[in-house]
Design a protein around this ligand. Structure first.
Ligand code: UDP
Length: 367
């Protein structure tokens, strides 16, 4: 069996790395890894951490390009690789433009697609945008759907996808998290705190939050810093995030803006934090698995399991609401335990086994 794994952004690299490592160990399988280059440096760091070197790089990154420019480049640069590679299957993960274009390019060549982290839905095409659209398109194309939870599987069934094509596996992101956590070294010296001082870890970069949402968050952080808390904000390299955050937070007491952190560093920051404020999807799963409280600056989440466990609370992008909720969670922390709502750390193993079994069944049919 010849497989091509296509990825383009940091969360795809993190969540596909453990699966790639499993697939590499399977006999009778030839594996190619293709990065689109949508987020080049952010992708190479976790791939290096897991010891993975891509076989192809589409080098599509360009400042200020539209989603259509990006999509056109991925489609045209991927096609010759698919044409010449004689692949039996393409694997994509999640809901990025890279994943969506990977699925479409494969479909154009008649190559079956497996979708990892299938079935997440908000039901609102505008939030998260364009991810909700991308994940729904991929579900229309894929013939194998690896749902992280039974809720995600139910979403797929409700859209008419046959039960036999859906496998509940857990999220491979939890496999990555547990692997990274087991390799953590000494605690970070930058995280020294005065006794009683709380650490708040912040990330924010979703398109719908750029502009007003990010400004509201930064004003809330200024207030929280004034209250004596320590805040670290590894800011996404997007120029809008950098400019907005650095201008509002310049000189703010207790607030430090970091470069994006390498994956193990970021895992360490999460384990050390008292509260996470984020709009990330993956961080909601990680906070749940680590038993950390997370305030999620979004109107809706496609990860309701995180709310059910109590780890995640949604908050609207309003400085007073964010500051008030954060203060409440720090003063009366919820009683949380690490929860396996998103997986038990064996998702990649399950997916690799199913991919192999499906390939063997196909071979048997041909013979
Ligand atoms: N992450 C990281 N360094 C950082 C911030 C986040 O390695 O400075 C990791 C985080 O642990 C999670 C992933 O990046 O696994 C989340 O990526 P992002 O928020 O970009 O995407 P989303 O999860 O929203 O799709």
């Amino acid at each position: 069996m010849r497989l091509l794994v296509i990825l383009g952004t940091r969360p795809e690299a993190i969540k596909l790395a453990p699966l790639i490592l499993y697939l590499r160990r399977l006999a009778g399988l030839s594996l190619g890894v293709c990065t689109t280059g949508q987020h080049r440096d952010l992708v190479m760091e976790p791939l290096r951490f897991f010891g993975i070197a891509p076989d192809f790089d589409l080098e599509v990154m360009q400042a200020d390009q539209t989603l259509s420019d990006l999509s056109a480049k991925i489609l045209t640069r991927l096609d010759p690789i698919l044409r010449d590679g004689d692949y039996d299957r393409v694997v994509v993960q999640g809901d990025t433009t890279s994943a969506m274009c990977g699925a479409i390019a494969a479909a154009h060549r008649g190559i079956p697609v497996a979708h990892v982290e299938a079935g997440l839905r908000t039901g609102n095409s505008a939030s998260p945008w364009p991810e909700e659209i991308n994940r729904q398109l991929i579900s229309r194309i894929a013939d194998l759907h690896f749902a992280p939870t039974s809720g995600a599987a139910a979403n797929l069934r409700a859209e008419g996808i046959p039960q036999t094509a859906i496998h509940v596996t857990g999220n491979t992101g939890i496999d990555a998290l547990l692997a990274a956590r087991s390799r953590l070294g000494k605690p970070e010296p930058r995280l020294w705190r005065a006794p009683g001082q709380k650490l708040i870890l912040v990330t924010m970069h979703r398109r719908e939050n750029l502009g007003r949402g990010l400004s509201e968050l930064c004003w809330a952080l200024r207030g929280l810093g004034e209250s004596g808390h320590q805040i670290v904000f590894p800011a996404h390299p997007s120029p809008t995030v950098q400019e907005n955050a650095r201008s509002i937070l310049a000189g703010a007491r207790g607030v430090r803006i970091f470069e994006p952190q390498g994956y193990p560093r970021f895992v360490e920051l999460m384990t050390q934090s008292d509260l996470i404020i984020t709009d990330s999807g993956g961080v909601q799963e990680e906070a749940t698995a680590l038993g950390k409280a997370a305030l999620v600056v979004r109107d809706a989440t496609e990860r309701p399991e995180a709310i059910v466990t109590g780890a995640v609370k949604l908050v609207c992008a309003d400085r007073q609401a964010i500051a008030a909720q954060a203060k409440r969670l720090l003063a009366t922390p919820p009683l949380l335990k690490p929860a396996d709502a998103f997986g038990d750390g064996h998702a990649s193993e399950r997916i690799a086994r199913i991919l192999k079994q499906v390939a063997q069944e196909k071979l048997a049919q041909v013979a």
